[in-house]
Ligand binder design. Sequence first.
Ligand code: SF4
Length: 352
Amino acid sequence: MPWKGEKDPYRIWLSEVILQQTRVEQGLGYYRRFVERYPTILKLAKAKDDEVYKLWEGLGYYSRCKNLLATAREIAADRKGKFPDTYDSILQLKGVGPYIASAISSFAYNLPYAVLDGNVFRVLARVYGVDTPIDTTGGKNEFTAIASSNLDRQNPGEYNQAIMDFGATVCKPMVPACSSCPMRKICKAFNNGLVNQLPVKEKVLRKKYRWFYYFLFELEGTYFVRRRTGNDIWQNLNEFYLFESPEELEWDAQKLNAWMRDQLGVTRFRLKHISPLQSQQLTHQKIQGQFFQVELRRLPQQLEHYDPVTGKQIARLAFPRFINQFLEGMPALEKPAPAAHESVRKSKPRSH
Ligand code: SF4
């Protein structure tokens, strides 16, 4: 991206304002055209309104363009075109919030301010295992404190760029590359099998339609369950390994193979059963999804903190109705399991 490694505060500001409500692929051309036509803030400040609005055409959210022009003119008039160079003074510019102020402060001036964008929230929530919703005031404060304590104060710009890139390329939202991730030894989400549950968004928790894909992993007659925690539905009930998606997914053998490899580092397994689509209507939301019964050859690290249980024990555990509906159609689970696998014994079975 042309703004990567950029030190000119004007260009950083311009790229961030353009990208605020716009996808990178769409914003790229606009950024290039703006920089070409107005290479400095003084040039932008002198431009005619119509000309700037014409260049902005198609990007939407015209208040961004209005703020851009007003700010450029203010900086030209009051500061002779010199961009503000402290976090607080940058934060006072129209349309600039903490994220843009931190980005400009750290990239242009190497000031110790940690950026918090969607990528950073996701990385921090997973690595530190934090389930406070990121879209609440409490969550924002908690993540700001973590981000700030994590910041490399000698190289804040480089650190900020690195964590954002890491979130965009490795710790991706849907299928993060956990199996080859250099953070996995210390990543709490990875080590507790919670990668798909983090970060938590209040908005998602209150969403009307949610898609749950459950993986009933089996290793030598043992299955893996965990107790649901956090503020979500079905608190304290048990569940299998969950992959929640914001939309319905079409699974096929190829997708399942890629998902197992990227998510769990598993390449050898046997898919025993895929359930039909099932759903449950709750008071405020509808849960839909499927179950995959998968036989494993070894225990992936993500399941080590799950409770290993036999088919008989499963019958005595409390599950949400959504899962019970599936279990009722699975008589094979009730057969007595052979002795637990060596690696399974590492975590203690619950007493029931
Ligand atoms: S192990 Fe997975 S969840 Fe944890 S930081 Fe790496 S990619 Fe993200």
